[in-house]
Design a protein around this ligand. Structure first.
Ligand SMILES: [Zn+2]
Length: 325
């Protein structure tokens, strides 16, 4: 599983800030309790003294002494509990609390980032792609926008097809694993909901703790040109690298970019590298496979057919009707 390093660096800063605010609130809360009761202050002083003795006893390896101090500390906590209850507070209100009991507010466990840090990372990843993700999610998908009248061309109802494609996308997102490989080739006419579903997949994958990277084909191929001449800015270099290495890539609107002789070999390489690393890919396009074959190359088409599940959406241009664009 890979992390978007830039987002993770930002998440660590935000995380430390949240831990700091939590600890400030804790100090204020404790100070407030102590200010209200001289008896509680006395117990608190004894507890502080005990914790120093406990540290010394632990260092000298005296198990008996450690046991005695712990028993005494529990008695003091019980006494503090009684006082606190008389004050109308929770009885363990004076016990030290940490931001996260698993990592004690460090954000790290021995096996990598703690779940509490990953939660902040996910929030920030959703923010990074907020403009693209918008309100698009499986929960907001509207089947009513698809006609239930059989299309004479496809001999099927657009709504029935949308339900099938929706289920496939939701299932792919739900089962997504960073080394699961495969992916989806979501295609169909303009404004039939392809990008909406792709964004929904990305959102779900991010929510499940993985790194989904979104880029439009126009941006991707523009970055490729700059990369060829070594002119990528730092931010752009990350966007470029992420296309190859992110757990999941959403390459949106393939075919909208200006035609170029470089496109076919580059697309072939991108799909090949991702498949070799068993990274998932969602390709969104208005092109059919035949058009992909002639616009790029038969090799690109066969790589798509060989690695991605083909999903065709049909219907009116929904951008006129509603929001599933
Ligand atoms: Zn934690």
């Amino acid at each position: 599983m890979s992390y978007d390093e830039k987002t993770m660096a930002g998440a660590r800063i935000e995380y430390r800030e949240r831990v700091r605010r939590f600890e400030d609130r804790e100090r204020l809360r404790t100070a407030d309790l102590l200010a209200r009761s001289p008896r509680l202050r006395e117990v608190e002083r004894d507890l502080t003294g005990l914790s120093l003795r406990l540290a010394r006893a632990a260092l000298s390896g005296s198990a008996d002494e450690v046991g005695r101090i712990r028993t005494r500390a529990e008695e003091l906590h019980a006494k503090a509990g009684e006082i606190l209850e008389e004050m109308g507070e929770e009885k363990d209100a004076l016990r030290p609390r940490t931001y996260c009991p698993v990592c004690e507010g460090t954000g790290e466990t021995g096996r990598g980032p703690c779940a509490c840090l990953l939660k902040v990372y996910q929030e920030m990843l959703l923010l990074r792609y907020a403009r693209y993700l918008g309100e698009q999610s499986f929960e907001n998908f509207d089947f009513e926008l698809y006609s239930d009248i059989v299309s004479p061309y496809y001999h099927a109802e657009p709504r029935g097809i949308a339900e099938f494609v929706f289920d496939q996308c939701a299932e792919y997102a739900r089962r997504f694993r960073p080394d699961g490989g495969g992916g989806l080739f979501l295609h169909g006419g303009f404004g039939v909901g392809k990008s909406f579903l792709a964004a929904s997949v990305a959102r779900e994958v991010i929510r499940n703790g993985y790194f989904a990277h979104y880029i439009s084909a126009v941006s991707f191929f523009a970055l490729a040109e700059k990369e060829r001449f070594g002119r990528l800015a730092e931010e752009e270099a990350a966007d470029w690298e992420d296309a190859f290495s992110a757990d999941l890539l959403i390459l949106d609107d393939l075919g909208a970019e200006p035609a170029s002789a470089q496109s076919a070999p580059l697309l072939y390489r991108l799909l090949g590298e991702r498949a070799a690393l068993r990274r998932g890919t969602v390709l969104v396009s208005t092109l059919t496979k035949e058009e992909i074959s002639s616009r790029y190359s038969p090799a690109v088409e066969s790589r798509i057919s060989g690695t991605l599940t083909d999903l065709l959406l049909i219907g009116e241009d929904l951008r006129k009707a509603g929001d599933n664009t």
